[in-house]
Write a protein of this length. Sequence first.
Length: 381
Amino acid sequence: MLWWRRTAPDRADQAEVDRLVESWSRVCESIGLTDDRDTVTGVTHVVPRIEHVTLGGRCAEHATEERTCGCAPAPTVLSVRLVPGMLVEDIRDKGRRIARSMGAQSLRVEARGFTHALVTLLTEDPLDRVLSLPEGPLTGPVLIGTDEQGQDLTAGPADLGHLAVQGATGSGKSAFLYALLSQLAARDGVTVTGVDPSGILLRPFQGSLLGLSDPEIIADHVHRLVVEMDQRIKRIPRDRDCLPESEGLRFLVFEEYPGLLRYLDAADPKIGKRVRALVARLLAEGRKAGLRVILVAQRAEAAVIGSTERGQCSTRVSFRVDGPDAVKLLHPDADPDTAAAHASSVPGVALVSSPGRPLTRVRAPWIGGYSEYVRRISDAA
């Protein structure tokens, strides 16, 4: 028996419940979210069953009143019994297609024990709102973003690994880097440096190479980073396979890396080849030396950030790019629908691939612009 709840139920409400149940069954069958069973009459497709519906449309706080308070309407919530062998992740993976078929923007799916899921139909994208990064002492994990389920995606500085970040101009990539680097700079024992052709992103960090100077100077700077790595490797204790965190973490940022290589190749192909080889060494051996590389690009071109580099970057972040093919450069596991939708994503929303998690859509944190970024770096110094 299906139970549903809303104040002053009427025929229209009952019709809406019937529509939701019918839409749910149809979309689950069409996308294969079923338990297929052989019977004497053929194959029967059993879908996850809706057992309870709480209709939305009224203010959650004043549910017994007409919605004249100006509060946001509560969403519709479905209590679903999973079919045997199904996980809540199976519904999340198909969430975009289910939501659109049921007249919603997206789904929020929460486990209720091992047999049920609570499915909330969201009429607005949960990532549309700005995620402000609070001030104050930052000692916990680094915030990468908040996902569609309302959960924070975080990682300790040492657990971040190498990163690859791509995004078109105006996609929110720079704002994400401001938030990320300001969080790292606030941690004791963490330093940031690198090469920045524009001279903007790394300007607050002493020791960074800013602007497109003489190609030999750029190559020598990257070479010094490799020499530093080799020296740190020599300090690894005999009973350890990596440098202790007490020796400090160092993040090496290569801003607009494809553009940097194009500049070097045009000036002297040998220097471009040399820098590629040096960065490849930093990616291959830097982790055990307490070094983390951040490669930044408007588009992570395969000729620049190829399969080897991608394999070394355990965390990969994509903001809006110029098409589905660009999404798949960093996220080959992205399905066609996700890749196509992300090509027109709003600023500040990213796809993240990280260890131990499926491809995740997140809202990146915002600290308030470049001047605030510079202030936070200065305060952390």
